[in-house]
Design a protein around this ligand. Structure first.
Ligand code: GTP
Ligand code: MG
Length: 254
């Protein structure tokens, strides 16, 4: 059987939750919104739109991972697709594209990949990707922090669910370690609530959760063994170098 559950973690997403639910509606047999104790109208709107609304099990923030695990536990479908609640550009066919390879048995996990603006997704670009490249050079996931991911419920049940912002990267690392086939699914341009309002430092807690999730997933003795290789990976393109004969400092300045 291929019954589909869509699980939408949401905290204070009254502006976009209706749009997300309606994009998912025709593609899922049930829609579960897992609310993180929103103080706006998210829960009420989600109910009006016909979603089943549950509260995440722990009153914690950030609790995105706790919300996703809560949704997985109550989902009745054979296949589960997680979708962020702040997606302004979401289209119904994005859900189809994420589900098809799972239904056809061509992949175990489908992970969304988007075009993101030049200043969007800083934690992906500056933290997650360089660190993953160094510690997991064979992990072929283009956008490790995207929230949209699909798999059979039985597959998700084998993965480690972190409770905070580390959830998304943690899931793909856990899947990679267990040898699941992960497929990147390109969906187009992602427009969503800006990741920060004024100061990029607002993303520090998220960046710290991501670093912790990646480092936690490694055995430290193993890191010691691969240290030289890791440092080389991180610095190949960016380390300082002596100028070649004939070049002046002006040649290497921006
Ligand atoms: N239930 C619940 N949902 C949360 C929590 N934190 C974030 N979410 C939801 O998780 C989804 C992703 O969170 P965002 O704030 O969009 O994360 P982001 O910073 O935009 O990350 P990117 O989209 O990758 O840039 C959204 O639907 C949020 O409402 C939480 O503590 N509890
Ligand atoms: Mg977002």
């Amino acid at each position: 059987m291929n019954a589909i559950s869509a699980v939408i973690p949401a905290k204070n997403e009254e502006k976009t939750i209706a749009k997300v639910i309606s994009a998912v509606r025709s593609k899922a047999d049930e829609i579960i919104v897992v609310d993180g104790y929103s103080s706006d109208w998210t829960r009420e709107i989600a109910e009006q739109e016909g979603a089943r609304v549950v509260l995440q099990t722990k009153k914690m923030f950030p609790g995105k991972g706790n919300a996703m695990k809560t949704g997985l536990d109550v989902a009745k479908g054979d296949i589960v697709v997680f979708v962020d609640a702040d997606m302004e550009s979401i289209q119904p066919d994005w859900i189809t594209l994420l589900l098809q390879p799972i239904i056809r048995g061509e992949a175990d996990i489908c992970k969304a990949e988007y075009k993101r603006g030049p200043t969007d997704a800083p934690v992906t670009k500056l933290v997650a990707k360089p660190l993953l490249k160094a510690l997991y050079p064979n992990l072929n996931v283009h956008m490790p922090l995207e929230g949209e991911i699909a798999a059979r419920k039985s597959t998700f049940e084998k993965l480690e669910f972190r409770e905070d912002w580390g959830i998304d990267v943690g899931l793909v690392i856990s899947a990679h370690k267990q040898g699941f086939r992960i497929k990147n699914v390109f969906l187009g341009e992602k427009i969503h609530k800006p990741s920060y309002i004024e100061d990029i430092a607002e993303l520090t807690p998220m960046a710290e959760n991501i670093i912790k999730a990646i480092l936690d997933s490694k055995n430290w003795e193993m890191i010691q063994e691969i240290k030289e290789q890791v440092l080389k990976e991180i610095s190949t393109k960016t380390s300082s170098r002596e100028l070649a004969p004939g070049l002046t400092m002006l040649d290497v300045q921006k």
